[in-house]
Design a protein around this ligand. Structure first.
Ligand code: TLP
Length: 351
């Protein structure tokens, strides 16, 4: 392990710190002015990202939030509607950016327990042409699905949804912040998933451990539109090769190990499920996220504090419960310690 394991930080895979190889690559990065398209490291990262997604082009942005925003701005004009799930990250955690900056209304659709939109509902919700109706500008799909516990869309489910959108000539954007986790769980290359959608946003800064950065990939014209959107939101950078270098290492060295995170998340979930009163929907534990509910007589905030007092940091997922996320700084010993702490913090109190 490259880092001390205490405190054990299971709040998110975003807490991962850059590896030694990333820091070396950053120090040595060849750079240039990216707004002249002269940063060789950014260019390489964009080419590699496009290749891994099976797309013509990609644009480097600073965050997943910015990636989703510029993709939506590229697909939709003002007043064009985005269809997205009511549990989606874009809706919950991105400050309504697409609506605030792009004038893009959200048509929020029910999300199943496994993080899926309903095909019949989607088909009904794509607008027909009629004065008074907004135009449907994009359908958004999240894979893996964060609030649903890191669930993966099976390819046939994805294809059914994208088929419905395609039939009605509506583009599909995938929030694939964790697309490599989805690919690992399905045992397919990420491109097999990304091929099904018009644009995909994925993050380097989550399980892949880069300090910063996401990419939006798609056909060349839509990526050019996203690049323009990036400029509009002030996200165009200069010698960004310094951070892109870490991203290249992330893609090279951190993808193949993701199944380890999935196995540890599974072990965490199964261990939590054995604690009396704790509920975990084991079917949703498909990648590196574990959402669980503490016993009903315990205040979730007290559980978080109790775990923190034992050196284990976990996050609050509001009505969905509490969350633990595995990543490369979490080894088997950390899982054991987290389970021991959880068992003692949530132990039944006997009068
Ligand atoms: N997710 C973060 C928090 O914002 C909740 C986390 O800790 O999981 N799409 C998905 C599916 C995400 O999970 C995230 C980050 C993003 C987009 C946004 O990425 P950033 O944080 O880089 O803007």
């Amino acid at each position: 392990m490259p880092f001390p394991t205490v405190p054990i930080d299971l709040r998110s895979d975003t807490v991962t710190r850059p590896t030694a190889a990333m820091r070396r690559a950053m120090a040595a990065a060849e750079v240039g002015d990216d707004q002249y398209r002269e940063d060789p490291t950014v260019n390489r990262l964009e080419e590699r990202a496009a290749e891994l997604m099976g797309k013509e082009a990609a644009v480097f942005v600073s965050s997943g939030t910015m990636g989703n925003l510029v993709a939506l701005l590229a697909h939709c004009g003002r007043g064009d509607e985005a269809i997205l799930g009511d549990e989606s990250h874009i809706f919950w955690y991105e400050s309504g950016g697409a609506a605030a900056l792009g004038g893009i209304p959200f048509n929020l659709r029910p999300t199943s327990r496994l993080g899926r939109l309903d095909p019949t509902d989607l088909a009904e919700q794509i607008r027909t042409v009629r004065p008074g109706y907004p135009r449907t500008g994009v359908v958004c799909i999240e894979n893996t699905h964060n609030r649903c516990g890191g669930t993966v869309l099976p390819l046939e489910v994805l294809r059914e949804l994208t088929g419905i959108a395609r039939e009605r000539s509506v583009p599909v954007h995938m929030d694939g912040a964790r697309i490599f986790n989805a690919a690992a769980a399905l045992g397919v290359p990420a491109a097999t998933i990304a091929r099904e959608v018009d644009t995909v946003q994925f993050c380097l800064s989550k399980g892949l451990a880069a300090p910063v950065g996401s990419l939006v990939a798609g056909d060349a014209p839509i990526v050019e539109a996203a690049r323009r959107g990036r400029k509009i939101v002030g996200g165009a950078m200069r010698q960004a090769g310094v951070i892109a270098a870490a991203g290249l290492v992330a893609l090279e060295e951190m993808v193949d190990r993701l199944p380890e995170d999935h196995a540890r998340a599974r072990r965490l979930a199964e261990g939590l499920a054995e604690i009396p009163g704790v509920t975990v929907d084991l079917e949703t534990v498909q990648t590196n996220i574990v959402i669980f509910r503490p016993p009903s007589d315990l205040d979730p905030a007290a559980v978080i504090d109790g775990m923190a007092a034992k050196g284990i940091r976990i996050s609050n997922y509001g009505l969905r419960g509490l969350r633990m996320v595995t990543h490369y700084e979490i080894d088997d010993a950390a899982v054991d310690q987290a389970l021991q702490a959880a068992a003692s913090v949530m132990a039944p109190v006997h009068a």
